[in-house]
Design a protein around this ligand. Structure first.
Ligand code: UDX
Length: 433
């Protein structure tokens, strides 16, 4: 099929490449000329495992092109809108200006019978509003909402082999067109749920709200463990054996971050308030508050570990990206902790296998090092805040030979406390004795 993907960020660049990989003829549109040039040259503007390979093969095959000109989307039968919906400055609501602008810019280019498919995460009610707008200007075109559940780090796999497909549609025709787009996944037996716009929009925010709640639940248990001497990791293992609960997404630590969960739960709460049902998801405010308290907890532990002040003390921060296998530092708990410690006067050196460049753009005041060794050298305290495999595999004896004080805060509960304590380290986990 002939497809356009409007917006080539984390979501759109992967979606465009994956659609071309599946055999479609794709044009990716973005207003950022530098980004478009990089993508066209086969270079993803961010780190995502597997993306360089499919991007290069798709651009080389001629099935994937990129452009800054919306007119190049004109020939497509299906247009995916994959632009960002960040938090609005000064409020918790989603900022819809990029979605609205993408639809408006696309309208004059819609061919007879084209389908416009929203993939961006939007407040419930947006799709119906945009469908009405499309009907006004291009009556033969239709609108669907097809939320995306991809995880950064697994984005290519999640796009090519999704665990479910959700189509919010206004008519059956839209569903049959999407079936052609996703033929490979459907033939492989991927569950497909066809529903109205409002349900499809809510599926996405409900899924993220549930995941965020699960993480904050276990982090709340970590807080109780901290005042009662219990071990939250064993607690998670034990309750996780109950298949109704499940062990996944029950890792207590410094909490969730990234470009999705934090802003999506805030936007959901804000939208529910607009609809007069703020009380229904009022718990999401609590989920957010618990999450942010864990960052503060790591900072407080650091101050305690250094005897009441971090001023002028060298602290090695392992990790700045919001999770491993990503260079994304948006709302990253790791970077937040580094910035707070720096604000308290510490001599912070932060490292990360992929995230330094993005972190430096946001927080040039921090010192960064690409080398773990150099980061650890002469540190009086080590704070592990992103569980990259190389940090999880650190050897306590070797690391002990580099630092000037054997103190470590394991902000992701990924190290073995016994092994670290056995080599003379003071080990502090979150929610662990
Ligand atoms: C999330 C959703 O998983 C995805 O379905 C949606 O489309 C976008 O948002 P992503 O932001 O890539 O994906 O990250 P995810 O893997 O969900 O992790 C989110 C955050 O939660 C990370 O900061 C991670 O470190 C944290 N987390 C995750 C925990 O603190 N504990 C856990 O047990 C799991």
């Amino acid at each position: 099929m002939r497809i356009s993907v409007i917006g080539c960020g984390y979501l759109g660049a992967v979606h465009a490449s994956a659609m071309a990989e599946l055999g479609h003829e794709v044009v990716g549109i973005d207003i950022d000329a530098h980004r478009v040039a990089e993508l066209a040259a086969g270079r993803p503007p961010f780190f995502e495992p597997g993306l360089p390979e499919i991007l290069t093969s798709a651009t080389a095959s001629g099935r994937l092109r990129f452009s800054t000109d919306m007119a190049d989307a004109a020939g497509a039968e299906v247009h995916f809108v994959a632009v960002g919906t960040p938090q609005s400055p000064g409020t918790d609501a989603a900022d819809l200006r990029y979605v609205d602008a993408a639809f408006e810019a696309l309208l004059p280019h819609l061919a007879e019978g084209a389908l416009v498919v929203g993939k961006s995460t939007v407040p419930v009610g947006t799709a119906a509003r945009l469908a009405a707008r499309v009907a006004q200007v291009a009556p033969s075109a239709s609108v669907a909402w097809n939320p995306e559940f991809l995880r950064e780090g697994f984005a290519v796999k999640d796009t090519i082999e999704p665990d479910r497909l959700v189509y919010g549609v206004g008519d059956d025709h839209a569903a049959s067109v999407l079936d052609l787009v996703y033929r490979a996944a459907i033939e492989a037996g991927t569950p497909r749920i066809v529903t109205d716009y409002a349900t499809a929009e809510l599926v996405k925010v409900a899924a993220n709200a549930f995941l965020a709640t699960k993480i904050s639940f276990i982090n709340a248990m970590a807080e109780i463990a901290e005042v009662s001497g219990a071990d939250v990791t064993q607690l998670a293992d034990a309750i996780g054996h109950d298949a109704r609960i499940g062990r996944r997404f029950l890792n207590a630590g410094v909490g969730f971050g990234g470009g999705c969960l934090p802003k999506d739960i805030r936007a959901f709460a804000a939208r529910a308030e607009e609809l007069g049902r703020g009380d229904s998801v009022g718990f999401l405010r609590e989920v957010d508050a618990i999450n942010l308290r864990r960052r503060q907890r790591v900072v407080d532990l650091a101050v305690d570990a250094l005897g009441g002040s971090v001023n002028e003390r060298k602290i090695a921060v392992l990790g700045v990206s919001f999770k491993p296998d990503s260079d994304d530092v948006r709302d990253s708990p790791a970077l937040d902790v580094a910035v707070q410690l720096k604000g308290l006067g510490a001599r912070v050196v932060a490292t990360d296998p992929q995230g330094i460049e993005n972190a430096r753009l946001r927080h040039p005041q921090l010192e960064y090092s690409a080398s773990t060794r150099e980061t650890l050298l002469d540190a009086e305290l080590v704070v592990l805040v992103t569980e990259w495999p190389e940090y999880c595999a650190l050897d306590p004896a070797e690391a002990g030979g580099l630092v000037s004080g054997r103190r470590i805060i394991d902000g992701r509960n990924v190290l073995d406390p016994r092994a670290w304590r056995a080599t003379g380290w003071s080990y502090l986990g979150l929610g662990r004795p």
